[in-house]
Design a protein around this ligand. Structure first.
Ligand code: FAD
Length: 404
């Protein structure tokens, strides 16, 4: 193996190239990224960075010098426009061609946008995906401004928390019956609804956006229940779509993302994929895991497999979200749950929700409860399922469950 080319200089791409070197790969490595800044972490873009509590250079996953020190050619501000799988060549937007022996696609995902027909292209309508998005919206987070957030998933709720903290009057609409419906149990939705309401966010569930209005810039919104709002800005948090454009044009198999096998390889033996753009089989279903933990772990397995190891990627899903003073930590995947056990802690707001399918523990949502998060995570990763009654019983010594 002489030349590994990685397209997409985000969390997965940066993890992949670092792992190649730390595992002793001594061939050439090229990491190509469409953005002009070194690979950085996205989670703070809707949390501490948006709030102004974190400087830009603290977002960077590694100091810029790391890549030169490791003899990794980092091509920033450069997009790959084509992949030729026969000649094993990628073509950059500058028309430069680079040949590869192994290619990794770590192209991430794109935020879904509102159609132009309902005001999606008005000025001051933002999505939250990259540094430019966060920098563009941050100046609008000022006391007395009026914002509409469309979508009650984690990104929308985090943006709502930052805006409310900055004194913005926030309305959040969620088309589904409840916020977090796609990803969490009603108990978790209830927890976060109450948290946001306590901070003055006006959450409207079962209500969609009919249209954003304004002449050039957004100044208002019409909701599906007939309500109208006056606005200074809007944030769209309605999910993401994996970036599969290159994979598709290269003829690689797509299936709910760029389809990878257990090794992270695509349908082309020389092309691998990892992170948000890649789909994988988990418990018999082809899914995508849109999280930092997955981007790192999958990319590191791919790096080792490119070097000829034969490792299966077994995801250990985990996720977090920060809203106001609440840290939510999630272990496992709740897909297919049929019951939820609520365990309250001693202090106000300390709580964990345990998802079961029958008697099998699938996942835990822990709110300001790192101890139960760790216990849940270890149990799930060990494939162990404590009795539901024990979880529900406040007298249970939770740590003892790890030894049982
Ligand atoms: P990305 O980090 O998106 O990197 C992909 C890169 O590929 C991009 O820079 C893109 O420009 C580049 N690219 C695409 N196509 C090309 C091309 N043709 N040529 C060159 N470059 C290209 N996860 C958590 O676990 N916890 C959280 O709290 C959390 N919060 C988040 C908050 C926000 C605001 C966002 C946006 C995401 C959050 N996530 C969180 C998700 C997490 O950041 C992603 O899952 C992770 O970044 C995925 O890494 P990736 O490398 O697959 O994609």
């Amino acid at each position: 193996m002489q030349h590994v080319v990685v397209i997409g200089a985000g969390q997965a791409g940066a993890s992949l190239v670092a792992k190649l070197r730390s595992e002793g790969f001594d061939g050439a490595i090229t990491l190509i990224g469409g953005e002009s800044v070194p690979p950085y972490q996205r989670p703070p873009l809707s949390k501490a960075y948006l709030l102004g509590d974190m400087a830009e250079d603290r977002l960077y996953l590694r100091p810029a010098a790391f890549y030169a020190d490791q003899n990794i050619a980092l091509r920033l501000g450069t997009r790959v426009k084509a992949v030729d799988t026969v000649t094993r060549t990628v073509t950059l937007d500058t028309d430069e061609a680079i040949t590869y022996d192994a290619l990794a696609l770590t192209t991430g995902s794109q935020p879904n946008r509102l159609p132009t027909s309902i005001g999606g292209d008005l000025a001051n309508v933002f999505t939250v995906r990259d540094l430019q998005d966060a920098d563009a919206m941050a100046p609008h987070f000022a006391a007395g401004k009026r914002a509409l957030i469309i979508g009650g998933g984690y990104i929308g709720l985090e943006a709502a928390a930052v805006a409310a903290k900055r004194g913005v009057q926030v309305t959040l609409v969620e088309m589904a019956d409840r916020i977090l419906q796609r990803v969490a149990a009603p108990e978790t939705s209830d927890y976060f609804r109450a948290l946001h309401s306590a901070h003055g966010v006006d959450i409207r569930e079962g209500v969609g956006l009919k249209a954003l209005t304004g002449d050039g810039s957004v100044t208002g919104a019409e909701l599906t229940d007939g309500t109208t709002l006056d606005l200074d800005f809007a944030i769209v948090g309605v999910g993401i779509t994996p970036d599969m454009a290159l994979a598709e044009s290269a003829g690689v198999t797509l299936d709910n993302g760029i389809a990878t096998d257990a090794h992270g390889r695509t349908s082309d033996p020389h092309i691998w994929a990892a992170g948000d753009c890649a789909s994988l089989v988990f418990k018999g279903q082809r899914i995508r895991l849109e999280s930092v933990g997955n981007a790192i772990d999958q990319a590191e397995v791919v790096a080792q497999n490119i070097m000829g190891k034969d490792l299966d990627y077994v995801p250990k899903p985990w996720f977090w979200s920060d809203q106001y003073d609440c840290k939510l930590q999630i272990a496992g995947l709740n897909m297919g749950y049929d019951s939820v056990i609520v365990r309250k802690g001693d202090a106000d707001g300390v709580q964990s929700h345990w998802y079961y399918a029958g008697d099998e523990l699938l996942a835990v949502d822990a709110m300001n409860d790192p101890r139960n998060y760790m216990i849940g995570k270890r149990l799930i990763e060990a494939g162990r399922s404590p009795d539901k009654a024990a979880i529900a019983d406040p007298a249970t010594d939770m740590k003892a469950l790890l030894k049982a």
